[in-house]
Design a protein around this ligand. Structure first.
Ligand SMILES: C[S@@+](CC[C@H](N)C(=O)[O-])C[C@H]1O[C@@H](n2cnc3c(N)ncnc32)[C@H](O)[C@@H]1O
Length: 173
């Protein structure tokens, strides 16, 4: 079985006054679906605090960093850069052309600068219709990891026990 790729998400254009909720959801979706880290171009301590709170409770090694020099990250990324955009090629046409290695997945909040399209190895559309960065990221990660992102264990002080009804949580807090 090939080793799962190291996946990092780069979130560009986050506006703290408008995008807090969606960016938090980008981070939680990245974590839940198999990415190991989110890099945010904008500095935002509230996002850091809320995502780290979830990690502290529900476990895993997920990291969020804000205020990163995103052009340098793009320039120096050693592996494949995927930019999620409705203008790109269909996700299922691109995935067979990605061959392992570190993966940087770029999602936007507002209009993306032209150089992101040019730097990306693949501009990938999850359907060629406008929708949401959260939906695009979830579908991309799930297909990229063939569903295995959702099967990873999250060792932590709170563990949700799947149940038919009700809410069952194992707590060691
Ligand atoms: C809600 S959109 C706003 C985009 C912005 N208005 C523009 O003109 O580029 C925010 C992000 O969602 C993602 N996105 C939206 N629809 C997508 C699609 N069909 N496929 C892939 N990514 C998509 C892209 O990463 C985009 O930068």
């Amino acid at each position: 079985m090939p080793e799962a790729p190291r996946i990092v998400v780069l979130r560009l254009g986050h506006r703290p006054a408008r995008d807090k909720r969606v960016t938090t959801h980008v981070c939680l979706t990245a974590r839940a679906f198999g990415a190991e880290r989110v890099l945010l171009s904008t500095h935002d301590v509230e996002i850091e605090r809320s995502v780290r709170g979830v990690v502290a409770k529900f476990g895993g090694e997920f990291v969020v960093e804000t205020g990163v020099p995103w052009r340098r990250v793009l320039r120096e990324w050693p592996g494949t850069v995927v930019h999620l955009t409705m203008y790109g090629e269909h996700v299922d046409d691109v995935l067979p052309r990605i061959h392992g290695g570190d993966l940087l997945v770029v999602v936007g909040a507002e209009k993306m600068p032209r150089d992101v399209y040019e730097r990306a190895d693949f501009n990938v559309a999850v359907g060629n219709q406008p929708h949401s960065e959260v939906a695009a990221l979830a579908v991309f990660l799930d297909r990229c990891l063939a569903g295995q992102g959702l099967r990873r264990p999250f060792p932590g002080p709170m563990r949700i026990v799947p149940s038919r009804r009700g809410k069952v949580v194992d707590k060691t807090l």
